[in-house]
Design a protein around this ligand. Structure first.
Ligand code: F0G
Length: 461
């Protein structure tokens, strides 16, 4: 039914419980955003009408998941829910071992600590903020080996998450294989605009990894969305289910870090998974230090139960088709208005091209940060900067990193908003776009040392 169906992507669920949201006027929003230092992360959620800050931990859980919450076995050790989670990871992702963590970065921390030594290099298909920081804190240096198309918001290439095999080979040869503990492969590359990697490319990466004896770490945060794009666009996969494709992807990798707050439809949680006995033993020791015993890793039993059920729901074709369908609906509306956005459309959100929309605002005055603030002012829609603020500073020179992409991310929570909400978002983005000439940039007034985008403050020029 998922394949050539011409029917709408309409949701495979109905709504049983609702949560009121807050309607505000322009004057109120002016005060809110000023108080928040023009950083949407510093708004209070009560000040927001439609919250597209992130798809992380913001999903609506199903009645099954809520029922599972009531079955929490809150034992310190050996909770029954852990075994359900372990079984779900083995069945749907195919990894042998799982260590729960409080969220994705908890798993990144453990993995980086164990596998990276001072002076190592970590090639990957574009950085993610927390992933790169944990690599750096462990003494490593991230090197971007994604294909050039990923840095071009106008390239229509379908698999912009692909790794450039020549770039990868050059890194391994110039840095020496013994200094490259693993290749980091993200399925659905967040910072590139939610772009997938193809199975063909992943197989080539696997070959090269084997040739040099290097492991592959899979950042599987949005693997189901990536699998859906493979099903739809990679030759030979139209008759495979998303669940089958996910298993194939995972089988090509050695270890995985997961932020279950995305694909797996829970509000908190993550895990480290591996097929390697030694890594499992070492990680199950370190997890006790940083997260909790290896059968809960910082999570309540009920959270692990909700995750186990969420994983099963997340691999269903009808679910993922509606999820991506809604994101693409918003994208199509913006394209109709002629708003510059990253193409092809991503799967977890739509990314506004702030460089194109505000060409008169220099990158030093934070165009994407500015655009996100203006969108909030217009309608109470909250989005997120993914540009120079997120990219941080170069460790050595202390200068800003200047990313090619300067984006505002409209991230769609799973199973939360309606098509009418998407219409409001599109109309508001268009309104801001039509008035773009009047928009001026920002200057930073406070800059935290780590992951500055979360807490930095700005004022209007
Ligand atoms: N990897 C990717 C690709 C992510 O998108 C995230 C989180 C993480 C790792 C870290 O996981 O938040 O559970 O610790 N992304 C969120 C976002 C924050 O809004 O995109 P975490």
């Amino acid at each position: 039914m998922h394949k050539s169906s011409t029917r709408s992507w309409a949701e495979p669920f109905k709504i049983k419980m609702v949560e009121p949201v807050f309607m505000t006027n322009y004057e109120q929003r002016q005060k809110f955003i000023e108080d928040a230092g023009y950083n949407t992360f510093l708004l209070r959620s009560k000040e927001v009408y439609i919250d597209l800050l992130t798809d992380s931990g913001t999903s609506a859980m199903s009645d099954r998941q809520w029922a599972g919450m009531m079955m929490g076995d809150e034992a310190y050790a050996g909770s029954e829910n852990f075994y359900h989670l372990e079984a779900a990871v083995q069945k749907y992702y195919g990894y042998k071992y799982v260590i729960p963590t409080h969220q994705g970065r908890g798993a990144e921390h453990l993995l980086s600590k164990i596998l990276i030594k001072q002076g190592d290099f970590l090639p990957g298909n574009m950085y993610f903020t927390t992933t790169r920081l944990h690599q750096e804190l462990a003494g490593g240096t991230f090197i971007d080996v994604i294909i050039d198309e990923a840095h071009d918001p106008e390239s229509e290439f379908k698999f912009k998450g692909n790794i450039d095999l020549q770039k990868l080979k050059d890194v391994i040869e110039s840095k020496k294989p013994e200094n490259v503990p693993y290749i980091c492969v993200a399925t659905t590359v967040n910072m590139a605009g939610g772009q997938p990697i193809s199975l063909h490319n992943l197989k080539e990466v696997r070959k090269m990894a084997d040739q040099y004896g290097i492991a592959i770490v899979h950042d599987m945060t949005r693997v189901a969305e990536n699998a859906f794009m493979i099903q739809q666009h990679e030759p030979g996969y139209l008759n495979k289910s998303v669940a089958e494709i996910i298993l194939e992807i995972c089988s090509l990798t050695d270890h995985a870090t997961m932020s279950a707050k995305k694909d797996a439809l829970v509000n908190i949680g993550g895990f480290l998974a591996t097929n390697d006995d030694d890594l499992y033993t070492e990680a199950s020791n370190w997890v006790v230090v940083y997260e909790g015993l290896h059968t809960y890793g910082g999570l309540a039993g009920r959270d692990m139960e909700a995750m186990a059920i969420g994983i099963a729901e997340s691999v269903q074709d009808d679910h993922i088709r509606a999820r991506v369908g809604q994101v693409h609906y918003l994208g199509e509306r913006l394209l109709e208005f002629g708003v510059p956005i990253v193409r092809p459309l991503g799967t977890h959100g739509i990314f506004l091209d702030a460089k194109k929309i505000l060409p008169h605002v220099s990158q030093d005055n934070f165009p994407a940060q500015t655009l996100a603030a203006e969108l909030f002012l217009d309608s109470g829609v909250r989005a997120m900067e993914r540009g120079i603020v997120s990219a941080g500073r170069d460790e050595k020179t202390g200068k800003h990193n200047y990313p090619k992409l300067e984006l505002v991310r409209l991230t769609i929570p799973r199973r939360v908003y309606t098509q009418a909400h998407m219409d409001v978002v599109a109309e508001s983005v268009n309104e801001v776009y039509l008035n773009r000439d009047k928009i001026k940039g920002l200057e930073m007034t406070y800059e935290p040392k780590y992951l500055r985008f979360f807490q930095a403050r700005f004022r209007k020029l």
